[in-house]
Design a binder for this molecule. Structure first.
Ligand code: ATP
Ligand code: MG
Length: 500
């Protein structure tokens, strides 16, 4: 076989077993030179595990990896790098306390220190700036990672991987945390890399993306490869059927909710920083969408209602009383549930079991005279795991071992277990598969039908349009417009979000 026709990478019969879970069961995967090969499947299908095996994070129980036709061993991430394999993982790990530039060259610093042991900081910054610019990202390399927004943190992780000049670049859910502008920059980068021969493995739940940048798509289901398809010859509907095993009908479902009294009113609320002026209302049984570009202040609105950030000015009426919760705990006591976008740092205690995570917020309520009512606890946990279809449905599983999408469901379960009357959702379907999305939309509809008011911040416009009764649009920390469900469309929302 000539070098051109020989695949760059072959993974043959890869099996990976975790205690109690066969994450990969004899999976074959082949990557051509200069192709974008997408990997899709439901939450827990094994996508992240497969790319982690390839990048030396997990050793497989069985199987073989060949690069350029030769068998290789990838025992550590360091070995993967030496072989030209770089990964941007689903929850990228950068060191928050140091600068973007230092992160980009972490482990590679000596190369640019002119042969001596002294690091030339200026050269480091300049070089990082070059990398960031060549990627098309607008990030200051001197900034500390801790000061970056979630989206810029993801882009910085991409730049770090690109700086290694990989033969194979793996992107695991790169766009889940990005807005439209950032996604465009990333796609531009992918196209430039492919043009110079880099091969890309691209994992995403946003199926429409695959059709924009993918060449082939491999579908995984329950740790097995279902099929590999050419993007040109498969439709999105067929793809969903391969992934989920059934057709998805009306994704957003419907609801018959009675819209009642106002339960939240924000009047010119400001946090003295990003949030300049938020004015909006939410009523019982109503789903209010919050739209806006990345950085427009959607998360800040939710945080200020949830007591997760300070309110400096303005007034807030919650359940008819003028008050501002001082902490998420106090908000929860009032009946305000907050589902954060940052499940890794704020949403879950990763090394606790699923059951304990769900219990943390409700435990005080389940104690009588200082004694925990265990039967009640089990009921709360089991109801939550089954109504959210957490997979695997095992309350004793360590949360950090769940797939990304299933972690998201546990965060939701934890808040809903408190029976809040106002629910604040920040990107609730980030990293969630199509089937589970439909389930979460169902939960939102049922909550609204039971009289709960919902404020939904999302960067997925179809989701906002499909679910909301009204959509409030933010720009530059300010609520600038409001659209009724009937008049909302992507163009109208974007026009207000961009302004001018
Ligand atoms: N470190 C681990 N320990 C134990 N089990 C794990 C671990 N990592 C993953 N698993 C399990 O392996 C299976 C595959 O998980 P994986 O993270 O690969 O799914 P995924 O396809 O990436 O899903 P998602 O779309 O939610 O990110 C899941 O059942 C998961 O719970
Ligand atoms: Mg994953």
């Amino acid at each position: 076989m000539s070098k051109e026709t020989q695949p760059l990478l072959e993974m043959i019969g890869i099996t990976k077993i975790f205690p109690g879970t066969v994450a990969l069961d004899g999976v074959d995967f082949m990557l051509r030179r200069g192709e974008v090969h997408c990997l899709v499947g439901e939450n827990g299908a094994g996508k992240s595990t497969l790319v982690k095996v390839l990048s030396g994070v997990y050793p497989p129980e069985k199987g073989e990896i060949r690069l350029d036709g030769e068998e290789v061993k990838v025992r550590t991430p360091f070995e993967a790098r030496k072989l030209g394999i770089e990964i941007v993982s689903q929850e990228p790990e950068l060191v928050p306390e140091i600068s973007v530039a230092e992160n980009i060259f972490l482990g590679r610093v000596p190369k640019i220190s002119n042969g001596s042991f002294v690091i030339d900081w200026h050269a480091l910054s300049d070089k990082a700036e070059q990398v960031l610019r060549s990627c098309g990202f607008d990030i200051d390399p001197r900034q500390h990672v801790s000061e970056l927004s979630t989206s810029n943190r993801h882009l910085a992780a991409v730049a770090k991987a690109v700086a290694g000049d990989p033969k194979i670049l793996i992107l695991d859910e790169p766009t889940a945390a990005l807005g439209g502008k950032e996604v465009e920059a990333l796609f531009g980068l992918v196209k430039r890399l492919v043009a110079k021969g880099t091969s890309i493995i691209y994992v995403s739940h946003r199926l429409e993306e695959l059709f924009l940048i993918g060449d082939r798509i491999t579908v995984l289901k329950d740790g097995k490869r279902v099929s590999t398809e050419d993007v040109k010859t498969i439709t999105q509907k067929e793809l969903v059927k391969l992934m989920v095993g059934r057709e998805i009908g009306k994704q957003y479902g419907s609801r018959q909710a009675k819209i009642g009294q106002e339960i939240l009113e924000m009047i010119h609320v400001s946090d003295g920083k990003t949030l300049k002026d938020a004015t909006l209302t939410v009523r019982e049984g109503e789903v209010v969408g919050l739209a806006g570009l990345v950085g427009a202040g959607k998360t800040e609105v939710l945080k200020s209602i949830a007591g997760a950030s300070k309110v400096e000015a303005g007034e807030m009426m919650i359940f008819g009383k003028s008050r501002v919760p001082r902490s998420p705990r106090e908000a929860l006591k009032m009946g305000v549930g907050y589902v954060t976008e940052d499940r890794k740092h704020l949403g879950l205690v990763m090394n606790l079991t699923v059951g304990w995570n769900i219990l943390t917020s409700v435990l005080p309520r389940l104690c009588r005279h200082g004694i925990i009512q265990y039967s009640q606890c089990n009921k709360v946990i089991n109801d939550s795991v089954s109504s959210l279809k957490v997979n695997p449905p095992e309350p004793l599983k360590i949360s950090g071992e769940l797939s990304g999408g299933n972690q998201q469901k546990v965060v939701l379960g934890k808040v809903l277990a408190m029976n809040p009357r106002l629910v604040l959702l920040d990107e609730p379907t980030k990293g969630v598969d199509v089937g589970a999305k439909e389930e979460i939309y169902g939960i939102i509809n049922r909550l609204a039908e039971s009289g709960v008011g919902i404020l939904l911040a999302s960067s997925e416009m179809p989701e906002l349009i499909g679910l909301s009764d009204r959509i409030v649009i933010m720009r530059d920390g300010t609520t600038v417009a409001e659209l009724a469900a009937e008049e909302a469309n992507e163009e109208a929302i974007l026009r207000s979000a961009i302004g001018g």
